[in-house]
Design a binder for this molecule. Structure first.
Ligand SMILES: Nc1nc2c([nH]c(=O)n2[C@H]2C[C@H](O)[C@@H](COP(=O)(O)OP(=O)(O)OP(=O)(O)O)O2)c(=O)[nH]1
Length: 336
């Protein structure tokens, strides 16, 4: 007869400072997994919301008061340990008051990337990878991306001479770390080798900044394998079998509804793009889902969700408030 494992409902917080560093703490001696590093937080108490719990835990453990307005729901995921099951509600907080203090005699430290020299609680590893994605996913727009609209700007120009190149450079300088190559209109009229040159130059440019390039599934699959990952259109994801999935690299999926989102999880996606949330020039005839619907579906996701559709620097905070990891941007401007 199998014994039921204890279940813990837990809230944890990623404090992010003005330099973009994140805080981790070492579990104190009197707790399970003592000595292992985690995001500060703890068990949700009876009658408490996950957000109330995270605010209380950081007050108790580190002596800081999180600003509720700047404490955003991020990803909620379950994790099965050999002896316990946990449901982890992760938050990201960008503003708090008070000096960090070690109220449980725990060590804590700021990091900029995966701390490979520490023992990390297994369920903390993926969230650190998600942080490396950055919060803007830039989508290429060398040519007019409206399918059927022909190839307007960009045609006949070298990649570096295009308006998109300048936008890409500004985004990379501003810290964007994920870029998608997606040129459906050009794919129909340009010679394959000609279009590939745009991808190759873009990839080289992105790599200089440590940014990754995913290739949309409207392009040859070999391109994605050469790059850093594959971005599946929703229609391509539906037709995809598990055995056809790439063995390495990042996998992202465009989702328009909850079924798409859940299937993306089945396929093992690293993140999804959900929308379109607001009116957008690329889908003038279809109804946007709006923030409330976005939030409901995003809350079902155990991986990061980027909001897409009418997104720009002005909608960024709104997106975070509704549970987005960040925004996906095609025409919008990114200034920071
Ligand atoms: N705080 C936190 N807990 C995590 C993370 N990842 C992860 O698997 N957990 C697990 C470890 C524990 O089983 C559980 C958190 O419980 P806890 O023991 O820290 O809870 P608590 O602070 O309320 O402490 P107590 O009830 O034992 O006094 O969640 C994480 O990043 N942060």
């Amino acid at each position: 007869m199998s014994e039921e494992k204890p279940f813990f409902n837990v809230s944890a917080c990623v404090l992010i400072d003005s330099e973009g560093r994140f805080l981790m703490a070492q579990r104190p001696e009197d707790k399970s997994w003592s000595g292992w590093w985690e995001f500060p937080g703890g068990k949700i108490e009876e009658g408490e919301s996950p957000k109330e719990a995270v605010i209380r835990e950081l007050r108790e453990e580190l002596g800081v008061e999180l600003d509720p307005e700047s404490t955003y729901p991020w990803v909620t995921m379950s994790y099965e340990y050999p002896k316990t099951d946990v449901l982890l509600h992760f938050y990201r907080c960008f503003k708090w008051s008070g000096e960090l203090r070690s109220l449980e005699k725990q060590a804590f430290e700021w990091f900029t990337q995966m701390p490979t020299d520490r023992d990390l609680l297994p369920a903390s590893v993926e969230p650190i990878e998600w942080l490396s994605y950055g919060d803007v996913y830039l989508i290429s727009n060398f040519f007019d991306s409206n399918e059927g609209a022909g190839v307007g700007h960009g045609a006949g120009q070298a990649p570096r001479e295009t308006a998109f190149w300048a936008k890409l450079t500004a985004a990379l300088e501003a810290g964007v770390r994920l870029v998608q190559f997606r040129e459906p209109a050009a794919a129909k009229v340009l010679k394959t080798e000609e279009l590939k040159r745009y991808l190759d130059e873009m990839r080289e440019h992105c790599h200089r900044y440590g940014a990754k390039v995913l290739v949309n599934s409207c392009h040859p699959r070999a391109w994605a394998e050469e790059a850093d990952g594959l971005h599946l259109r929703a229609t391509d994801a539906i037709e995809m079998e598990l055995e056809d999935m790439p063995e390495s690299g990042l996998l992202a999926v465009s989702c328009h509804n909850l079924a798409d989102l859940l299937y993306a999880h089945e396929l093992g996606a690293n993140f999804v793009v959900l929308g379109h949330v607001l009116e957008t020039a690329s889908h003038p005839d279809s109804e946007p889902i709006g923030w409330s619907q976005f939030e409901q579906w995003a809350a079902e996701s155990a991986i990061p969700v980027f909001a897409i559709g009418g997104q720009n620097a002005d909608t960024f905070r709104e997106a975070l408030r509704h549970g987005a990891h960040g925004i996906a941007v095609l025409r919008g401007e990114i200034t920071e």
